[in-house]
Design a binder for this molecule. Structure first.
Ligand code: HXC
Length: 514
């Protein structure tokens, strides 16, 4: 056969497969505000950089009349390309083909691209849009998931792994995203759950919509499974691209450096924290007053808002920020905020990203609910993550640093490299009111004027401990600084920590309080 004819034949074969599940299924997909798998990949990657592999892979299932069915590309598209020039491995499930369900060959395509990503040491992005295990393929589907979960785990901390939920992600399918670093969801499109509404109705007799069970808002605000929430697929892709600019390709590299730039002067660092220590403020304004161009990329914005985490750049270098948020519950550490902070600290540590901690909190949250929800176990994660992290760690105490909160939030004792405190810092075992009530109880109770005596004792306690100077006199903090000096000192600290080298005791791995 002449070459021209062979090329035409190839083109025809390609065109047929590229139609996925056919026009009707594509129309149904579009009516839901969703793009097709290949359109999504094109929208995400740099123009004309996508190379697709395994286009002609087909399933070989026989049961339930499967031998009579063709499933183009077996319902998943895999390949490589770039985002802003960074190499990327990607897969996208094609819901138009058997609901993007995962059979044996489908899973082999995913594990093939995962193996490539790990071997080439490049980030992996998985776009999920699937009805879960392909029911007709039985245990082969389950085996496929197991192979994916194993690779997610082995790749964890070596290459960045990003999951994008753009449709259903049902049953066992949810555990791959849960094992990856960042999960992106889109309003009204993402649905993540272990057992769907029908099963819940049958087993428990409860009625709930897919949206209320595991929609994008549920996972962004309540469960903490999602790290980024977007209104549309387009916005979601912009978020992913932005994230890629902040992280390195793998754990043996650093993130790309950008041209440094001064913070926007609208964020006046001297004016953000109110004089009255009981008034709240938005700690993100302090971050914006410190970082290059005030360009802060917040992560998990809608979950455990009493803790702020995210990336900014200091002198052009990616830096992770962990900050108590006085706007929400006075910035207290609780079960969810501990979880949020600890995981992010470990992320930064895995990928050579220095950590700046901004401290203003009354401590760990008291109460039966928190105790029973495991605030001891979850709170310990923060201690563990900071202690274990060997990347440069810089801490600024802005205002309150009480009790366990002082120790947990990147203190010297957990091996912060630099600890600074503003003159407004209050470093003590607990808040002045609580402390005075306990240690001066006898004096207060026996006084003719208990309220007056309490006030006097609170003031005495404040004068003695609610300041940064006791900690400074012990060397627990390195310098008491005026707010305007913060950026300069942090920039300097990061710069001279460039070659920080810490040797940890030899071990297989530790036992973090998971
Ligand atoms: C095979 C599937 C499928 C599946 C969907 N399809 N899910 N085929 N296995 N798991 C097929 C449908 O039969 C249909 O085929 C096409 O995909 C589109 O599905 P629809 O139901 O028409 O779409 P929609 O109404 O949008 O509903 C989507 C859905 C629903 C909510 C995802 O399909 C659904 O509930 N599927 C099952 C979800 C589920 O329970 N998965 C868990 C499997 S067990 P046709 O030919 O009609 O177009 C599991 C355990 C793994 O995952 C454990 C690993 C550790």
């Amino acid at each position: 056969m002449p070459l021209e004819k062979k090329i035409r034949e190839l083109q025809e074969k390609r065109d047929k497969v590229l139609l996925g599940g056919g026009e009707q299924a594509i129309e149904k997909q579009k009516a839901l505000g969703k793009r097709t798998a290949r359109e999504r990949i094109m929208a995400l990657l740099d123009h004309n950089t996508f190379s697709e592999y395994d286009l002609f892979v087909e399933h070989d299932a026989r049961d339930f009349d499967m031998d009579k069915k063709s499933l183009p590309s077996d319902g998943v598209v895999i390949g490589t390309g770039t985002i802003y020039g960074a190499p990327i491995a990607v897969y996208a499930q094609d819901f138009t083909v058997a609901g993007g369900s995962l059979g044996l060959m489908h899973s082999r395509k995913i594990t093939k691209i995962m193996d490539h990503a790990l071997k080439m040491k490049i980030p992996l992005i998985g776009i999920n849009d699937s009805g879960g295990a392909r029911i007709q393929e039985g245990v082969n589907s389950l085996a496929g998931y197991g192979e994916i979960f194993f690779r997610n785990t082995i790749s964890s901390g070596v290459i960045p792994q990003i999951s994008v939920i753009l449709g259903p992600c049902a049953g066992g399918a949810v555990y791959s995203p849960a094992l990856t670093d960042f999960v992106f969801v889109v309003d009204n499109i993402s649905k993540m759950f272990i057992t769907g509404p029908e099963v819940i109705k049958t087993v428990l007799g409860e009625e709930i919509s897919m949206e209320d069970l595991g929609g994008a808002r549920v996972h962004s605000e309540i469960t903490g499974n999602a790290h980024f929430f977007a209104a549309t697929e387009e916005e979601c892709f912009e978020q992913i691209k932005r994230l890629i600019t902040f992280i390195p390709w793998n754990n043996s590299r650093k993130a790309r450096s950008f041209e440094p730039g001064e913070p926007d002067p609208q964020y006046n660092i001297d004016k953000i924290v109110p004089d009255n220590p009981t008034l709240p403020y938005d700690v993100r304004d302090v971050i914006r007053a410190i970082i290059d161009r005030s360009d802060f990329f917040e992560i998990m914005e809608h979950y455990a808002k009493n803790m702020v985490i995210g990336f900014g750049r200091m002198g052009g270098r990616t830096t992770g920020f962990v900050a108590n948020q006085p706007l929400e519950m006075a910035g207290v550490l609780d079960v969810d905020s501990s979880d949020k902070a600890a995981r992010f600290i470990r992320y930064c540590d895995s990928f050579n990203i220095p950590i700046i901690s901004l401290v203003d909190l009354p401590g760990y949250l008291p109460g039966v609910d928190q105790e029973h929800a495991g605030v001891i176990r979850h709170g310990a994660k923060v201690l563990y993550a900071y202690s274990e992290a060997t990347v440069p760690k810089l801490t600024v105490i802005l205002r309150k640093a009480y009790g366990g909160g002082y120790i947990a939030m990147g203190s010297r004792h957990l091996r912060a490299d630099f600890v600074f405190a503003w003159p407004t810092a209050e470093i003590a075992v607990m808040g002045p009111e609580g402390a005075a009530n306990i240690i001066f109880r006898k004096e207060i109770m026996s006084s003719d004027d208990p309220d007056g005596m309490r006030k006097q004792k609170v003031e005495e306690y404040k004068a003695k401990f609610a300041n940064p100077y006791v900690a400074a006199s012990r060397g627990y903090i390195d310098a008491v600084i005026v707010p305007g000096e913060t950026r300069r000192l942090l920039l300097h600290g990061i710069e001279i920590s460039e070659n920080k080298d810490v040797v940890m005791p030899n071990k297989k791995h530790g036992l973090p309080p998971f």
